[in-house]
Design a protein around this ligand. Sequence first.
Ligand SMILES: Nc1ncnc2c1ncn2[C@@H]1O[C@H](COP(=O)(O)OP(=O)(O)OP(=O)(O)O)[C@@H](O)[C@H]1O
Length: 337
Amino acid sequence: MSRTTSATVPSGPSRSTAPAIEARKLTKTYGEVKALDGVSFTAQAGTIFALLGPNGAGKSTTFKILTTLTRPDSGTATVAGLDVVRQADQVRTTIGCVAQKPQFDPDATGRENLHLQGRLYGVSRAETRARAQELLDRFGLTKAADRVARTYSGGMQRKLDVALGLMHRPRVLFLDEPTTGLDPEARAEMWKEITHLVADEGLTILLTTHYLDEADQLASQVAIVDRGRVVAQGSPEALKSQLRGDAIHIELTHPPLNGEIHRALDRLGTVREVTVDATTVRARVDDGARAVPAVLAALESVGVGVASVTVSRPSLDDVYLRYAGRAFAQADTEVTA
Ligand SMILES: Nc1ncnc2c1ncn2[C@@H]1O[C@H](COP(=O)(O)OP(=O)(O)OP(=O)(O)O)[C@@H](O)[C@H]1O
């Protein structure tokens, strides 16, 4: 199914009105693949902005353009008011960048890694020592500071990577999938650190993620990216509150016959935005609890077996479904496959 529409949802005031990042109609093609097809968004200073999308949506390509690692084919972007193509060198000293792949030297200690990073950025010796200690304390790495980084847990290694990105006190920090591969506890800790960073260091953070809950929890603004385009943008609350009523999620016992479910639910006149895939039906209704008996009866009348029914308030998953025309998990698996 093709995408339906796109939207920008207004939301409440942010801490500052100056844009820290502006992307305008970015395009990028790799051979036959159109990775970006006109990506535009604005992130305000002093906020956390999330680029949320399934695998292959174009998040990393946008990240690479904004951090000057690659150039767009067309379109423009500024970071802290600097053009990412024409003023790439200045952008590099203004931003911190934490890529998906580890950036530390596994055979050096945490402290040595931080000292080296400080020197690479031309930070004075005294400031490097002080900043390294400050970051080790902030990320709970002081005890492990003089152990080689190879011996750190996954969560500690990720924290060291973020600390490296902060050594030169950047104004804007880019985090590419900051919690991928972390266990739930390490993930929660990383979320806490990211939130504190914005408050304590006055940073703007742009993070890419394919975790809906991560964008929902952390970001004051989210741009949902699908197939190289921003299909919806706004605060998580504003995006969700746009969707009227409740979401109904029905797991079927076996794949449905083509068209049967749509016809049966349409006849009820109270069910909208019905999507059906392998063994799942999703739809929206004004009052979930009231609608469920009629929905189940309608499915039974066309011989469809139901394994479970869930009624929930709208989530970012529902927002994605509305604007991309397919469920987030389905899009994630399509590209992986
Ligand atoms: N260097 C490259 N050469 C060829 N194709 C590429 C290259 N980089 C990205 N692509 C393609 O461009 C599209 C967007 O990729 P991108 O990595 O930006 O997506 P993503 O949203 O970051 O996904 P993921 O979370 O899987 O990294 C994908 O189809 C990808 O295969």
